[in-house]
Design a protein. Structure first.
Length: 190
């Protein structure tokens, strides 16, 4: 799932509403001209590059910083092994070239990755979009989404889908500006 992190603002006390919708959004990559990725000055793009030592830890720290420790506990993200166990070791679905980090001066600021569920690899999923609160509102989330979608499109993926909650309005707005359309809504009661 991709999440809008602006509602959390690095505070563990964020309470998920008791009732909300899980939205599925889709972008037809064959019918869209994606804009060029333009990073702000002093920011760099990193790929996964198969580095199993520091990158899972950097990912975990960024996710925990953005989502908060309560959210991570709820999702079972106890340490950097979650990423390795849940995603990286599944070599049929995980593409290290679709896993992006944006950094500045060696600080990890944003991340997200593409995931492939179907055997024909015609549909890709955007997962774990996160932007650190100190680096929001300068376009890093958009850059990560575009990088992932461009990679998918260039490798023949026809559609990119993602899921997010209805209360993550900033993320939904970003996705819709890029061209994603809501294709499904599921009611959730906690």
């Amino acid at each position: 799932m991709a999440f809008d992190l602006s509602v959390l603002e690095n505070q563990d006390e964020f309470q998920i509403p008791t009732t909300y919708k899980v939205l599925t959004l889709e972008l037809n990559l064959q019918e869209i001209d994606l804009p060029k990725v333009e990073l702000p000055m002093y920011y760099e793009i990193w790929n996964w590059e198969g580095d199993l030592q520091p990158l899972p830890n950097k990912w975990y720290k960024l996710i925990r910083s953005c989502f908060g420790s309560k959210f991570c506990q709820l999702k079972g993200i106890d340490d950097d092994s979650y990423l390795l166990k849940k995603y990286v070791t599944d070599t049929n679905c995980f593409d290290p070239e679709s896993f992006y980090f944006i950094t500045t001066r060696s600080e990890f600021c944003a991340t997200g990755f593409g995931w492939y569920d179907d055997e024909e690899k015609k549909i890709g999923k955007l997962h774990w979009l996160a932007v650190d609160s100190k680096h929001r509102n300068i376009g890093l989330g958009k850059c990560v989404v575009l990088l992932i979608c461009q990679k998918m499109k260039n490798t023949g993926i026809e559609k990119c889908i993602l899921k997010t909650e209805s209360f993550r309005t900033n993320a939904i707005s970003l996705y819709e500006k890029i061209g994603f359309k809501i294709i499904n809504e599921e009611e959730v009661n906690n």
